[in-house]
Structures are given as C-alpha cells and as structure tokens.
Design a protein around this ligand. Structure first.
Ligand code: ATP
Ligand code: BTN
Length: 265
C-alpha cells in the first residue's frame, strides 16, 4: 500500500480522535520526530508511523531494530493535565492495549514484562517507550510502540536476544494499517479509562498477563538492585517484590529473571 492510501485508511478510522496523522517511509525515530513536532504543534493528539527507522530507540538509549516493513513503528502523542497522577503507569496501559488488540485479532498467548515488553515465552515481540515533555500547562506524552510483524532471519540474528514476530502468532497476517488503527483506537479507549478511573482498573488484567508473576527476579534500577519474588503490580502500577527484608515497591528500573531461588524469604 502506498503512503497516501495508507494515510487515507488511517484518517478514515482515526480522524475523529486524532488531530494530525503523519506517515513516513523512513525516519530516524517516530518518537524523536514526535518530540520535534511538539515544539511547534498545538494539536492535542498526533499519530506518527513509519515503514522503517534508522535510529529507532528503546529504553535507556538502547537501539530498536526497525528494518523496512518488518514491524510497526508508531508514536501517539497526547496531552495530559500536569496534575494527573500516576502517569508512569501509562507504559503498562500501553502494553496491555497492544496485547488486547493482538488477542482480539487472533494471536495466542502473549505475556507482559514489567514495565514495557510484550513477550511470547522468552522471545520479545514488541516494546513500549514513553517519553514526556512539559508543554505550557500540560504534560505531553509520546507513546512509542514497536511491534515485530515479519522479521527476516538476518534481522533476527542482528538482535542480541531471542525475538519473535506477529507472523508466527497469527493464522492469517493482518494488514499493518488495520493493526495500527486497532491498536491506536484501543489505546485511546484505555487512556480515557485511565483518566477516569486510574490504574486500578487495569491491575488484575496486568497481573493475569505478567510473565514473571510468582517467579524470582532481579530488578536493577539507577540507584539499587532488588532481588525477590514478583508479586505483581499494585493499584498504581508499581511492581511488588517479596524480598528478604519485606515487601519492596518498585516504580522504575529494569527487570531480569533471577537465576537463584529465594524461597519464601
Ligand atoms: P532485556 O531484554 O535485557 O530485559 P529490555 O527488554 O528491558 O532488556 P529495552 O530497553 O526495553 O530492554 O529494549 C531494548 C532491547 O530490545 C534491545 O537492547 C534489544 O535487546 C531488544 N531489541 C531491539 N530491537 C528489537 C526488535 N525489533 N525486536 C525485539 N527486540 C528488540
Ligand atoms: C523497548 O522495548 O525498549 C521499547 C522499544 C520501543 C520502540 C518504538 S518503535 C516506535 C517508537 N520510536 C522509537 O524510536 N522507539 C519507539
């Protein structure tokens, strides 16, 4: 599908909810472009998608491999009142929205790794990167979503971990444009729900999909390392860990499966 038809299709489904839609063949990063656009745009909601990214980014400055037409690379931008609490939980709401969308299209089991990964077994199917900017009286959030659709063997071998793609999960592959419309609509619905009811509405859904629930993990954050048994998230989206010194509440950092069993410690 050419760029113009692609944009027309997205406009058809999303124009009542998204003020501006941009479709690129190639861009450095849809998140980076979204942040650039924010400097001049007064729109409340923007969507940017690209067929490939030359500098796709993951968390903590990591690279997101984004070969042409091998994945979805999109960023949704939305403004929130500065006083809205618990915005960091929107990373979890985004992962849940993508998962819900893929399940509705027939994908089998997809699990989530706090706070931003979509997994099938140990293999990474997609990732979420939220970036924020203070804008006048609002906070603008860029919801970056990367989802593998059809990775070549070469592309897979360039990524330093086990990966999978949607092609392996669906009996019949869905048109990317339909997938984007479905994911973005669902994400916007869930953002509205989050604004009304907070993260508590999503807590049990997350815990049911959590890849590491009741497993021993190590979490490395900027300041410290936590080791413990994953108890799932609380009603604000923070990860609860049973550690030797009691229950710890983790609100940031990275999670890795631990090799050692802690028992009930
Ligand atoms: P870890 O895998 O160590 O738990 P992470 O998933 O928390 O790390 P992120 O910063 O969330 O790390 O994601 C970036 C990582 O995702 C990269 O370091 C790379 O290992 C992996 N990656 C990069 N591109 C892709 C891709 N297209 N599909 C799947 N994984 C990718
Ligand atoms: C991660 O798992 O670390 C997050 C990966 C997020 C990748 C997406 S692709 C679209 C958007 N633009 C980027 O540069 N990154 C996000």
């Amino acid at each position: 599908m050419d760029k113009a038809s692609y944009k027309r299709e997205l406009d058809k489904v999303l124009s009542s909810r998204v003020n501006e839609i941009f479709v690129f063949d190639e861009i450095d990063s849809t998140n980076a472009e979204a942040l650039r656009r924010l400097k001049t745009s007064y729109s409340d909601t923007l969507l940017l998608t690209a067929s490939s990214q030359t500098a796709g980014r993951g968390r903590l400055g990591r690279k997101w491999h984004s070969p042409k037409d091998a994945g979805l690379y999109l960023s949704l931008v939305k403004n929130f009142p500065r006083e809205l609490e618990g915005l960091q939980a929107l990373s979890l709401v985004t992962a849940l929205s993508v998962r819900e969308s893929l399940l509705s299209l027939g994908a089998g089991e997809i699990q989530l790794k706090w706070p931003n990964d979509l997994l099938v077994g140990k293999a990474k199917l997609g990732g979420i990167l939220l970036e924020t900017r203070l804008q006048r009286e609002c906070v603008a959030i860029v919801f970056g979503i990367g989802l593998n659709l059809l990775l070549s063997e070469d592309a897979k071998s360039e990524i330093d971990r086990e990966v999978t793609d949607l092609q392996a999960l669906l009996p019949v592959m869905v048109e990317p444009v339909i997938l984007i419309a479905n994911i973005v609509s669902r994400l916007l619905d869930n953002i509205e729900l989050f604004e009304r009811e907070g993260f508590s509405r999503f807590q049990s859904q997350w815990n049911a999909a959590d890849r590491y629930l009741e497993q021993d993990v190590v979490i490395q954050s900027a300041e410290r390392k936590f080791i413990g048994r994953c108890l799932g998230v609380d009603d604000s989206g923070a990860l609860m860990l049973r550690t030797v010194s009691g229950v710890a509440r983790v609100t940031g950092g990275e999670i890795f499966p631990s090799l050692r069993s802690l028992g009930d410690g």
